[in-house]
Design a protein around this ligand. Structure first.
Ligand code: SF4
Ligand code: SF4
Length: 335
């Protein structure tokens, strides 16, 4: 499902940020124009897509954020906004007034939360996030990006209970960005991350909070017992994939996902439908996989991979590795 960036500007500077390469290469003044939003709304509807995920930077920094959401809702889209929850009181009040009474399945937020005990966060930011969570409660799906192996989830459980947030916790692993420095989890450390995540299993169950794993987890680093628990608890919904997400920038450029945003950017105007965009990047992913393989040596002969059960981890790891090498690989590996 493609994401639309309202702005490149952000209020935070997370050390693991996937978007860092993209943000630094773009002007923070870039914001999505009204005519482009209307074009995209038409494009989505012509493509049969009624979901409209909104991303940044921090999308609430767009001066017309509220009006744009109201416009999309009036066009019957189901809107999900990815936010840090950090915004001015004025923006928060205006959003609360405008979104009051809109069903939660029509408008929701995914709030990416940092642990103040481990990621530097000012008190003002923490207060702003709490005001946001208190205002939108169950409309908010909490999210957490893991970029170190000694992470803790307790603060998230506390926030979910205190503010009555949606009882699904979206868990992502920080991936490398080719050509840039960001903090990320190495393939060698993924097993420890999975072990630590699964050690919270009893707490997830007791609190009736469902974990939702993002892309790039390697199937082979789960034990059968861990997989069985995850399967039972989430109703069998797991995916060890690495497929194009599709992000559309405020300048109407499109790319596969943030860690791959330096590769093969295209203008959205080159495509006639979302399916065409998806097919283009799917094909690119496949070609890169031929050269890059998976994140472990065992991926080459892996039957899980052969059967399509695991993609072989995040392909951005391999691209990151090749970044410093001579350009001897196939042309898909380069921009
Ligand atoms: S390269 Fe694949 S696993 Fe990595 S962030 Fe992009 S879609 Fe996810
Ligand atoms: S494809 Fe690679 S990462 Fe996935 S299960 Fe097989 S060996 Fe593990």
């Amino acid at each position: 499902m493609p994401n639309v960036l309202l702005t490149q500007a952000c209020v935070r500077s997370c050390p693991y940020c996937f978007a860092r390469k993209h943000m630094s290469a773009s002007s923070p003044d870039d914001i999505l124009a009204w005519e482009d939003l209307i074009y995209l709304a038409d494009f989505f509807q012509m493509s049969g897509e009624q979901r409209f995920p909104i991303l940044g930077g921090e999308p609430t920094l767009h001066p017309d954020f509220v009006e744009m959401m109201v416009y999309l809702l009036a066009r019957d889209f189901h809107v999900n906004v990815f936010t840090s929850g950090i915004m001015s009181n004025r923006m928060l009040e205006s959003a609360v007034a405008a979104f009051d009474g809109i069903p939660h399945d029509r408008l929701s937020f995914t709030c990416n939360l940092n642990d103040p005990g481990r990621t530097r966060t000012s008190l003002a930011e923490q207060e702003s996030v709490k005001r946001f969570l208190a205002a939108f409660g169950e409309r908010v799906v909490p999210g957490f990006n893991i970029y170190r192996t000694d992470f803790e989830l307790d603060f998230l459980f506390r926030l979910i209970n205190e503010y009555g947030l949606h009882r699904t916790l979206r868990l992502g692993v920080a991936h490398p960005i080719a050509g840039k420095k960001n903090l990320f989890i190495t393939p060698a450390d993924l097993g420890r991350v999975i072990e630590r995540l699964c050690s919270y299993g009893p707490l997830f169950e007791r609190l009736r909070i469902k974990p939702g794993f993002d892309c790039g987890f390697p199937l082979c680093r789960f034990t059968e017992e861990q997989l069985g628990w995850y399967y039972r608890f989430t109703g069998g919904h797991y995916d060890f994939g690495c497929a194009p997400v599709i992000d559309i920038g405020p300048d109407m450029m499109v790319w596969s996902c943030f860690p791959m945003s330096g590769f093969h950017q295209r203008s959205i105007y080159e495509f006639n439908s979302l399916q065409e965009v998806h097919d283009y990047y799917q094909q690119l992913h496949r070609s890169i996989r031929v050269e890059a393989g998976g994140i472990y040596e065992a991926c080459d002969a892996c039957t899980y991979r052969e059967d399509g059960l695991c993609a072989g981890g995040c392909v951005a790891h391999s691209l990151s590795r090749f970044w410093q090498e001579e350009p001897v690989r196939m042309k898909e590996m380069y921009t």
